[in-house]
Design a protein around this ligand. Sequence first.
Ligand code: SIN
Length: 302
Amino acid sequence: MNAKKTKKIVVLATGGTIAGLALDASQPQNYTAGQVAVADLLGSVILKGLDVQTEQVAQIDSKDMSFGLWQRLLARVAHWVSQDDVQGVVITHGTDTLEETAYFLQTVLQPTKPVAITCAMLPANVPDSDGPGNLKEALAWTQASDSQGVYVVCAGQVHPGQTVQKSHSQQRNSFTSQAPVTSPLSLRVPSVAQVLACKRWPRVELVLNHAGADGHLVRTLMAHDAPQGWVAAGTGNGTLHLDLEAALLEAQNQGSIVLRASRCAWGGVQSRDADVFPHAGPLTAVQARVALWLHLVSLHAA
Ligand code: SIN
């Protein structure tokens, strides 16, 4: 017999609603994320013909995601995608910061195998939970795919990891993505080794433009514990209140790097002649924050 051996899929679990438990299954909104072990999650999925190996990397609500955990996850994904007997990796993750993790992993690792991140909006013990279906879908996609890179696979859709965003807080299909657009940013990207070696994470704060945005928050922080970077989620095309702009100019003069994004969910920022600060183009504010953070990690490592 000369049967071709099926390559395995590695499932890395980090927690989230997909591993959440409701106290009372009739009230799915009252639940705790990150409770069910990855082996039990797979128990509810039929794995016909698949060779699956699991690792519980973390067990958190993704609102509590940290740079330390990102390092751990990056190390595990990098390890597994480099193995000859691995077809690809599936990551189970909470929906809330999934877009940041997806952007981070794709930007730093640019894996040459399929990496599917999946999730759920309903906890695992609710009868019509979307978790088992999404996990099954992510496994099937990874098994069949020859895509290279990080994708979000959920609710019957596949989104590129660098352009995906959570755009609905309640519905099962909570993600959207835009077509990849070339970013005008010339930010540095650290190597995997540089990210893993980073011990003092740069601080990049996010500030929102709004009526009455007077820059007080920026000035206060700069006076006490100045962040190395600021991302301003501007109004519309990344515009800033004159007073916030003045405070951010002061921060820039004190050595912080300032980047603008838009607080609008769609469209990003386009260049204008009157621009005072660089902008992050199509990136959302949270993606721009990760991009600037990675730039600073790379600068510090150099
Ligand atoms: C989380 O992000 O961990 C909780 C929310 C979710 O997964 O939908």
